[in-house]
Design a protein around this ligand. Sequence first.
Ligand code: AMP
Ligand code: MN
Ligand code: MN
Ligand code: MN
Length: 286
Amino acid sequence: MTPQNILNADLHCHSVVSDGTMSPEALAERAKANGVELWALTDHDEIGGQHRAAAAARAHGMHYLTGTEISVTFAGETVHIVGLGFDPDDAAMQQGLRNTRGGREQRAMEMSDSLAKAGIRGAYEGALKFVGNPDLISRTHFARFLVETGVCRETSEVFRKYLTEGKPGYVPHRWASLQDAVAWITSAKGVAVIAHPGRYKFTPNEEYALFTEFKSHGGQAVEVVTGSHSTQEYVKYAETAIEFGLAASRGSDFHSPDESHTDLGTLPFLPGHLTPVWELLEDRIR
Ligand code: AMP
Ligand code: MN
Ligand code: MN
Ligand code: MN
């Protein structure tokens, strides 16, 4: 495959293996129909869908990179690190992700207790109905339950009123360290990518520290064009990519046809002066 910027790559989305609503196979079909040429499924803290996604991509004649999105705690905030092109059978990576997922069950029960105090009962059981992978109960599943029961009209409203810092249902959680997440990915021959940097509530100093430490641990790329960024943020993080010598990634962060504003494969291309992350991963593309 010729490495280039004008490529419909979508290297960030979620299936029922984490908090998406579609199967890996259905996502592959949707990506193909939307013109995606290079695809990665990046479930949260989980690579259990990778072999299915790769097989489905192959069946559609679509190029594929393995993917995941690792939850990390940095400077007291949750940061997401996408991994691309790693060996999905790498034992250290599998164990690290298993440990990261480990706290979710307990956290979910505490979230449910917290929501009960705000008058919303049965949230744990309610959220479980939406869970595709028992190892991966997430805030998104609670959000779907609160929409189903009519507490909120849509999931974004749930996050605004519940489940975020200072709101009922929010339970702080300690995820993986930045250093460990980058090490799992790079040791498994993948490339680590800072996901949607525009979403974090960091001061300029904290953001500088994130990029500096990420680089020092061996991180190589940043999402520039993502469904989570405004057009101004494409420009801002294109400059950040150049400043820190990082390659650039592109991905919709698609979760569900009913919830996601950005569909698979529909974002603008990467700015032409950036090095696309897939150029670093030529020999990992399947
Ligand atoms: P968790 O890993 O359980 O903390 O859940 C994080 C997930 O919640 C993210 O990956 C998003 O899918 C979803 N999420 C977080 N904030 C929002 C928001 N403001 N609106 C919609 N979904 C959100
Ligand atoms: Mn998600
Ligand atoms: Mn994310
Ligand atoms: Mn995501």
